[in-house]
Design a protein around this ligand. Structure first.
Ligand code: HEM
Length: 504
């Protein structure tokens, strides 16, 4: 067996040689056009040391101020074009989507066995099949059919919050809301209100992906594959310890709920869902060969699990952001509650028929998604910092300066240009979020129900003094959420609370 030191010294030496080679070699701009402006680069590292690794979007935002909407940067020999505005992202990814829909192949994703997830799959026939399967269940008209489900789950959410609303519990309740909705639609599975085994596993997997899926980390390892051989104790490579556990989680997340639905279909007890419809059609289909059926089943398993991974964390994180905004902006909460009371009266709970009469937050003026951070596109690599895009004071989607009025026109009507589903946070072009209509309906149901029953305010300490809330966010590789904050959540309408309980 080779001595470990020899391996490390060898790896480091080869890496250094590669670094020098890569830094000297610069990919030619085949079109002969000049590269966009960007920060000065160090010989070997490029801009590696310039990037704030815990909050990379802050670096990209600073670069936007200095170099403009399109920035050229170089990391360890790899060229990056950073698209720093929704306007340019739209022009490239919506209008030239045939060119800008690919994804780079990442060895980290391969090692962790998560490269089958829709969001990571390159723009191939496999991806087109995933999108086709999503479309059947998540397109606009299909997502509208789940309105009763959104409301039922929103009512369960309120009932859970009223039992316990500590920060950790609040996060869990929101995760359960989002996770159980997705499980119902995907697998026809009714998740337990607490500690559901399927929801918990996916949540763990999402947390791991959030740690590893940083474009900056991927750039480093993909630029120098030899780094794969560095052991987990090597500084910066501790994440490798998660590999075996992640691979085991992946197997469970792909197979366990799928097999649950298969059993239900065979027993004739399955409720209507993405997977049960698929399995039913497959049983009735005599034309496809068994090989084609196996391929289709593999794609369906991947699609179904991707719905969960793509949908649960983003939705729950958006709702936690909404709760935080209600603590920080009581006057906005008051106005929304007054509007609900005026439209639905004092005792009834709102439903989707009331939506056109609630202009203040019709189509989510009240909440903007902000969970997703970055997406990488191929074509010498395009990096889209979604988070940075909603982070300028001149941007109408700037959620850090919470002002729902910005989404209304001057006469107080809803402005279609501000529609929730066209928010840049859902992405662009052919890779736009497949679940945005579902997200819109479920988030609307949750916030309208929260505001009709609950009052959210700053918590008070033992002396009765309000506990200050800063409104900070976690850092993360792909998604973020508010850091722990104290709040007081009480029922503001005993009548609505009891009609809610009667409905459960
Ligand atoms: C507020 C909630 C949500 C936000 C902010 C959000 C945001 C995003 C973003 C930014 C992308 C990447 C777009 C790109 O790569 O260009 C994405 C992809 C995706 N989302 Fe969502 N999403 C949300 C909810 C959901 C829900 C509820 C579902 C499923 C029910 C879902 C399913 C997916 C899937 C499957 C993809 C991968 C699409 C692809 O790569 O082709 N998302 N989402």
């Amino acid at each position: 067996m080779l001595d470990l030191t020899v391996i490390i010294v060898g790896a480091v030496s080869v890496t250094t040689v590669l670094l020098i080679w890569k830094s000297l070699y610069r990919s030619t701009n085949l079109s002969g056009l000049p590269l966009p402006p960007g920060p000065p680069q160090l010989p070997l590292l490029g801009n590696l040391l310039d990037i704030n690794t815990t909050e990379p979007w802050t670096t990209y935002t600073a670069w936007r101020e200095k170099y403009g909407e399109i920035v050229y940067s170089r990391l360890l020999g790899q060229d990056y074009i950073i698209i720093n505005s929704a306007r340019v992202a739209k022009a490239l990814l919506d209008q030239r989507s045939s060119k800008y829909s690919g994804r780079p192949i990442s060895s980290i994703q391969k090692n962790f066995s998560v490269d089958w997830m829709t969001g990571f799959v390159d723009y191939t026939d496999e991806l087109k099949l995933h999108r086709k399967l999503f479309h059947q269940t998540l397109r606009s008209e299909a997502a509208a059919k789940y309105q009763d489900l959104y409301l039922r789950k929103a009512r369960e959410l309120i009932s859970n919050i009223l039992v316990n609303s500590d920060h950790e519990k609040l996060r869990d309740h929101l995760k359960t809301f989002a996770g159980s909705l997705v499980m119902a639609v995907t697998y026809g599975y009714e998740a337990a209100l607490e500690n559901d085994p399927f929801v918990t596993r996916v949540s763990e997997l999402t947390d791991i992906i959030n740690v590893l899926a940083s474009p900056e980390r991927e750039a480093l390892v993909d630029a120098f594959p030899i780094l794969h051989h560095l052991p987990a104790w090597f500084p910066g490579f501790g994440y490798k310890r998660l590999i075996p556990y992640c691979q085991q989680l992946v197997q469970e997340v792909r197979n366990a709920p799928f097999e649950y639905t298969r059993k239900e279909v065979v027993n004739g007890t399955a409720s209507h869902s993405m997977v049960s419809d698929f399995l039913q059609n497959q049983m009735d289909d005599s034309e496809n060969s068994s090989e084609q059926k196996a391929d289709l089943e593999r794609a369906m398993k991947a699609t179904a699990a991707s719905v969960f991974v793509g949908g649960a964390e983003s939705t729950s994180s958006t709702l936690l952001t909404f709760m935080l905004a209600m603590v920080l902006y009581p006057q906005v909460q008051e106005r929304a509650c007054a509007e609900i009371d005026a439209v639905v009266g004092g005792t009834r709970l709102p439903n989707f028929d009331d939506r056109p009469s609630l202009p203040f937050y019709r189509r989510q003026c009240m909440v903007r998604p902000k969970s997703r951070l970055l997406r990488m596109y191929t074509v010498s690599l395009i990096l889209i910092p979604f988070r940075g895009m909603s982070h300028t004071s001149s941007d109408p989607n700037d959620v850090d300066h919470f002002n729902p009025d910005r989404h209304l026109s001057v006469d107080g009507k809803y402005s279609p240009a501000s529609a929730f589903i066209v928010d840049p946070a859902f992405g662009f072009g052919r890779r736009i979020c497949a679940g945005r209509f579902f997200a819109e309906g479920s988030i609307w149901a949750a916030i309208v129900t929260v505001l009709s029953v609950l009052r959210i305010a700053k918590a008070r300490d033992a002396q009765g003094k309000e506990i200050e809330v800063k409104g900070d966010f976690t850092t993360g590789a792909s998604t973020i959420h508010p850091v722990e904050f104290s709040c007081s959540i009480t029922s503001r309408s005993p009548e609505r609370e009891s009609s809610l309980r009667m409905d459960l």
